[in-house]
Ligand binder design. Structure first.
Ligand SMILES: Cc1cc2nc3c(=O)[nH]c(=O)nc-3n(C[C@H](O)[C@H](O)[C@H](O)COP(=O)(O)OP(=O)(O)OC[C@H]3O[C@@H](n4cnc5c(N)ncnc54)[C@H](O)[C@@H]3O)c2cc1C
Length: 477
């Protein structure tokens, strides 16, 4: 193995894809994978790219679903993960489901047989040594304790999370403006706000009582054994746990109505309020404040649709609480997924703050290509923000709003699946079709996907606008 090989810690979805991209660029790569010497609480085999839970890569519709579009972009970028998934797919309607054992065996075999790839088994317990040169850390949501401690020492304890407590995120254009209104509590402007930074959903006593009853009766998602042993932080209790503590707990917590007056009801104070706060710089996604929940996804939709103003809400992501290791990436990483404080270290996969098998592999693809270009001494540009790959990089490294950017939002970076809310809006939205909103939504997704694939082509070819001399050296075929 050449001395200038790039080292990757973690041979999961992201590490395997990064390794493949680097090897295909003609550069040696060493994958350090701790299994089977040491297992994680969720993995069961020694295969690379093991799927720890579901066997689905979700929708494969490239023109109607953002993750389907991501599949297509990754295929066009020569992804190993997508090629192995396509080779071992199972019947699953519009979804891409795979035979998990054959899928992981194929990824492992193709990497193990590649002349430029070496696989070393064993836990890496400290940061990659400087002697390795540039390295990619792709150790996932269940990064081993020793390495987590080393990362946290480098980044600062507050910048590496070990649990995600996610409140549902709603598409702005699915919130009913005839019922809701914009107002910050007591009209406070704060450091960068306007006094009207929140969308408020009002409830009268009957609506509140029905909502609490529905929450208490709704089915909760089961916890993994090791998650059940991790106590909730008091500061981010799930709403159903708050409801169990007392009928008025929510009304004195995240649903408190003080400092708010409903213009649709003569300026009176509602009995309770659900607030939403802008979640991305584009203003397309809004976060339900304090509404982290462990309810099953179907139950979340049913119960949250009871909230006035959210009857037709479409969710970019539903709530959840999981064991997860992830960086405060917007602060820590640059557009090439390098640690600003130590640029020889790149991160890839779920630890960067994306969510899901496909998204994790996609961020492996990006880290691998960027590392390969750097090793070749070439410039490299992140994919255009109009592509699914670029939208994800944008979310991770800068798309999220934070205090001080004029929105008044507190910094609260949370992992996210790819979704069309992360894409810049179309210059010309499609006209309303005969069947109204849903037909227009379909046309909008199609137009966003067509734009993405058109913009991806020059990026893959290394001729995207903005590249030095019209080339950014990414087309290393
Ligand atoms: C319990 C659980 C269930 C999930 N279910 C789903 C699901 O159904 N669908 C979905 O889309 N996503 C799911 N996810 C989220 C996420 O998509 C997966 O975790 C995905 O595998 C992340 O990819 P990754 O490459 O970032 O990490 P991983 O695929 O976990 O790969 C990380 C690798 O690094 C290795 N490693 C860790 N520490 C070290 C170390 N110190 N030294 C060497 N190697 C190390 C691990 O053994 C592992 O092989 C789930 C996550 C968890 C935790």
């Amino acid at each position: 193995m050449a001395e200038d090989a790039i080292h990757i810690v973690g041979g999961g979805l992201a590490g395997s894809e990064a390794a493949w991209q680097i090897a295909c660029a003609g550069i040696g790569v060493v994958i350090h994978e701790m299994r089977p010497v040491q297992q994680t609480p969720a993995h069961k085999t020694d295969a690379l790219a093991e799927l720890v839970c579901s066997n689905s890569f979700r929708s494969d519709d490239a023109f109607g679903n953002a993750v389907g579009l991501l599949h297509e972009e990754m295929r066009r970028a020569g992804s190993l993960i997508m090629s192995a998934a396509d080779a071992h797919k199972l019947p699953a309607g519009g979804a891409l489901a795979v035979d998990r054992d054959r899928f992981a065996a194929e990824v492992t075999r193709r990497l193990a047989h590649h002349p430029l790839v070496m696989i070393v088994r064993g836990e890496i317990t400290a940061l990659p040594p400087p002697a390795w040169g540039s390295a990619i850390i792709a150790t996932g949501p269940l990064t081993s304790a020793a390495l987590s401690a080393a990362i946290s020492e480098l980044t600062g304890e507050a910048e590496l999370a070990f649990f995600d407590a996610i409140a549902p995120i709603v598409y702005r254009d699915s919130i009913d403006a005839a019922v809701t209104w914009r107002q910050s509590r007591y009209d406070k402007t704060g450091p960068g706000g306007t006094g009207a930074d929140y969308i408020n959903c009002p409830m009268d006593k009957d609506a509140y009582d029905s909502f609490v009853d529905a929450l208490l009766a709704a089915e909760k998602a089961p916890m993994h054994a090791w998650e059940a042993a991790t106590p909730y932080f008091e500061g981010c209790l799930p709403i159903e746990v708050m409801a169990e503590r007392g009928r008025d707990t929510l009304r004195f917590g995240p649903m408190k109505p003080v400092g708010l007056s409903n213009p649709h009801a003569g300026g009176t104070r509602p009995y309770a309020v659900v607030q939403l706060r802008q979640d991305n710089a584009l203003g397309t996604l809004w976060n339900m404040v304090g509404f982290q929940t462990k309810l099953k996804h179907g139950e979340q939709r049913r119960v949250l649709h009871m909230i006035p103003g959210l009857a037709q809400a479409e969710f970019a992501r539903l709530g959840g609480l999981h064991r997860n290791t992830f960086l405060n990436s917007p602060k820590l990483l640059d557009r090439q997924l390098r640690l600003r404080a130590a640029p020889r270290l790149r991160f890839a996969g779920q630890i960067t703050g994306c969510e899901g098998y496909v998204e994790s592999a996609a961020m492996g693809l990006i880290a691998g290509r960027a590392a390969a270009a750097e090793r070749r001494g070439r410039g490299w540009l992140a994919p255009p923000p109009t592509t699914a790959l670029g939208a994800l990089v944008g979310h991770i490294t800068g798309g999220h709003v934070s205090a001080g950017d004029g929105t008044g939002a507190a910094p609260s970076f949370q992992p996210m699946n790819v979704n069309f809310g992360l894409f810049p809006p179309l210059a010309e939205p499609p006209a309303r079709g005969r069947k109204g909103g849903s037909e227009r939504g379909v046309a909008k997704k199609q137009a966003l996907s067509e734009r993405a694939l058109a913009d991806l082509a020059p990026w893959l070819a290394g001729t995207a606008p903005g590249s030095a001399s019209g080339r950014h050296g990414d087309g290393f075929g």
